[in-house]
Design a protein around this ligand. Structure first.
Ligand code: ADP
Length: 248
């Protein structure tokens, strides 16, 4: 058996210097690609993820079109250079699963019924991965959808909590994800107090599970505030540009 890393030290500090209830630094940017209808970028710790949206537009092949709502398509993909050992660029079983769970986490927030017979395509490209990419993927994708002007009931935000060295910790990094005892990713729509994704890997007691959910939801609320700031920052920049042009 390989020697196990100490994930939380005697002072309650984790391998990356965080406390057990501390998120990794999150940086969000909206509208960074000019050729997509909507886009956003997230850095969460060492994770670097780009999301781009096309649509609503024509569905190809046409027989996939839905008569009463838009078809939401989602591709989560990890770049070959996103992990330490080169990953094959071909979609893995894991990426197919993550594409599905991310789509299902976002779907309830979108007014799909307003765009029958169209498709909304969402691309999530993981450029660098360090644990929790499905959650960061949901967070950045919902910003890209908002940037594309797609009407939504709420932003969707996601954060994981789990267990490392017997402690319930929030926002697990790669080593905590791999060597920890459990991982519970949660996607959440804060305005509705509704959870749209809940998974669990590992074993927790009911009390630990409740503690993990509570920490994950706290994390979601903190990231939600940053999402709203990032959206406002884009429109603030446009406003300043327009006002600047009017003055000239
Ligand atoms: P999530 O990224 O949502 O936590 P997983 O639990 O499946 O999803 O993966 C945890 C972490 O494992 C990823 O964030 C990434 O850092 C790492 N990982 C995933 N796939 C690979 C791979 N093919 N090679 C090396 N590391 C990987």
């Amino acid at each position: 058996m390989p020697k196990k890393t100490k994930l939380v030290n005697s002072k309650g500090i984790r391998t990356d210097g965080r406390k057990i209830d501390e998120l990794r630094p999150v940086k969000l940017e909206v509208g960074i690609l000019s050729n997509a209808d909507g886009s956003a970028y997230i850095e969460q710790g060492k994770n670097k993820i780009l999301a781009a949206v096309y649509g609503p537009g024509e569905v190809h092949p046409r027989h996939l079109a839905l008569p009463d709502r838009a078809l939401l398509r989602c591709r989560y993909h990890m770049a070959p250079f996103s992990v330490q050992e080169r990953k094959s660029p071909a979609p893995s079983r894991r990426e197919v699963e993550l594409s599905k769970v991310i789509r299902e986490a976002l779907q309830p927030a979108i007014f799909l019924e307003r765009f029958p017979r169209t498709s909304i395509e969402l691309f999530i490209e993981v450029l660098q991965a360090d644990g929790g990419t499905r959650c960061a993927g949901v967070t950045v994708a919902s910003l890209a959808l908002a940037d594309a002007g797609i009407p939504m009931r709420d932003l969707v935000v996601a954060c994981a909590a789990g267990k490392a060295d017997g402690h319930i910790v929030v926002d697990l990094n790669d080593i905590e994800d791999k060597e920890g005892e459990a991982d519970v990713p949660v996607a959440y729509m804060p305005n509705f107090d509704a959870v749209s994704l809940l998974q669990m890997d590992g074993i927790l007691t009911i009390e630990e599970f409740e503690q993990a959910i509570s920490l994950a939801l706290d994390g979601c609320r903190k990231i939600y505030a940053l999402q709203k700031e990032a959206l406002k920052a884009k429109y603030q920049a446009i406003k300043e540009e327009v006002e600047g042009a009017e003055e000239e």
